[in-house]
Design a protein around this ligand. Structure first.
Ligand SMILES: C[S@@+](CC[C@H](N)C(=O)[O-])C[C@H]1O[C@@H](n2cnc3c(N)ncnc32)[C@H](O)[C@@H]1O
Length: 280
């Protein structure tokens, strides 16, 4: 995997928009203080640094060993084999080939991975992303963000070839080129933010998303009929008819916690698809 040690540029999805820097009361920076940047007219995004800054070579090396053994375990599992078989069916393979198209690469953005040091499901999820990256040459740069990432985790992620973002985008990355969003078990609001930030056919068509099943969200809401919940998931619900969803098989005991309820989501919108009408 091509390691990228570059600090990613602060993404300004629309450079024409204004930014306001908000300083803490009193104006003095404190340790662990996170300077807030508000993109005018949208919800806030924040410059981010890890709050757990304690690290040392032993801690990082222990974590690296944990991840490497997790990758090995996953690679030799029937779960990985079934996952690959599904991705390599002609229909799905063609889908990715077409999406990658003239760009030649599809960037991967991993949101909400959780703590890879403390928990096995995030380690398995990261391992899956790393194995995909190793196998598929069309997967480009891998960027990772979760506000819980510690400095030690950040360093190990970087050593594994990922770039850790320095801004909390609140899931609002604009897919200006083909992008795979790998968001295992994120909160619904994060998927909704991503959709809202890409709410036009051209941008949505650039997205391939791995995450919680949108169909399950819809089914849940049709039963519980909670209006405020429906409002916070309105883009998920509205986009459903333009999404082909493919559930992954997570029935194997060792992988259930990490991947249950997860699906691939492939977006297929006509350039004239009327998303305004689709908005609930
Ligand atoms: C339900 S947990 C899932 C964690 C892990 N993927 C798992 O399955 O155990 C949701 C994760 O989303 C992260 N999260 C919350 N806000 C986020 C944001 N703005 N960007 C990226 N991740 C975020 C949380 O810190 C948390 O680790």
């Amino acid at each position: 995997m091509a390691a990228s040690t570059n600090t990613p540029a602060l993404d300004k999805p629309n450079p024409a928009e204004d930014w306001t820097v908000v300083l803490p009361r009193g104006g003095k920076p404190k340790r662990n203080f996170h300077k807030v940047i508000i993109r005018v007219g949208q919800k806030q995004e924040q410059l981010w640094t890890p709050s757990d800054t304690e690290t040392n070579p032993e801690r990082e090396s222990r974590l690296m060993q944990k991840i490497q053994s997790c990758i090995k375990k996953l690679e030799s599992s029937s779960f990985w084999l079934a996952f690959l078989n599904q991705l390599q069916t002609p229909e799905i393979f063609d889908w990715f080939q077409k999406r990658v198209g003239s760009e030649g690469k599809m960037q991967m953005v991993i949101y909400g991975i959780g703590s890879i040091e403390s928990f096995e499901p995030p380690r398995l999820q990261l391992s899956l992303a790393i194995l995909m990256k190793r196998l598929f040459s069309w997967i480009g740069e891998v960027e990772v963000f979760d506000p819980v990432i510690s400095l030690a985790e950040s360093r190990v992620l970087t050593a594994l070839g990922c770039s850790v973002l320095t801004i909390n985008e609140q899931g609002r990355r604009q897919a200006l080129t083909p992008m795979m969003f790998f968001m295992p078990h994120c909160e619904a609001e994060l998927y909704d933010n991503l959709l809202e930030a890409n709410w036009c056919p051209d941008l949505l068509n650039n997205i391939t998303l791995f995450g919680n099943s949108f169909e399950a969200y819809e089914q849940h809401l049709s039963v519980c009929k909670n209006l405020s919940l429906a409002d916070s998931r309105k883009h998920i619900l509205a986009v459903r008819k333009f999404v082909k969803e493919l559930a992954i098989d997570s029935s194997s005991d060792d992988y259930f916690r990490a991947f249950h309820g997860s699906s691939w989501h492939f977006f297929k919108l006509d350039p004239h698809s009327d998303l305004c009408d689709a908005r609930p």
